[in-house]
Write a new protein. Structure first.
Length: 104
């Protein structure tokens, strides 16, 4: 069993406007991409549980040709508003790093 950060080349987060975050997972080979994608671990239910959201607030888009998976979720706080601890949304990918990926 591998952790997501061991299989992905890039795991990052950033703002997608003031109300949304995008989480990008990019792989440098098709085998790693397929292992993660086929595992089903990156499901709306799993992402929702990591970010304290409901399943219907999570959008997952696979870009197979780019060996990438994009996840879009709502921000808990509007970017730049009082109480926002990460104005650029650049530190929100951490919950994904240690996700255990099972293969086969």
């Amino acid at each position: 069993m591998a952790k997501l950060h061991e299989l992905a080349k890039v795991i990052r987060s950033k703002n997608a406007g003031a109300l949304l975050l995008t989480l990008d997972i990019i792989f440098d080979n098709e085998e790693a991409y397929r292992t993660v994608f086929d595992s089903g671990v990156l499901s709306p239910r799993k992402i929702a549980s990591l970010y304290n959201l409901s399943d219907n607030q999570v959008e997952i888009i696979a870009f197979e040709v780019a060996l990438a998976i994009k996840i879009t979720i709502p921000r808990h706080t509007i970017a730049g508003s009082p109480g926002d601890s990460d104005v650029y949304g650049a530190q929100q990918h951490a919950p994904l790093l240690d996700l255990e990926i099972t293969s086969g």
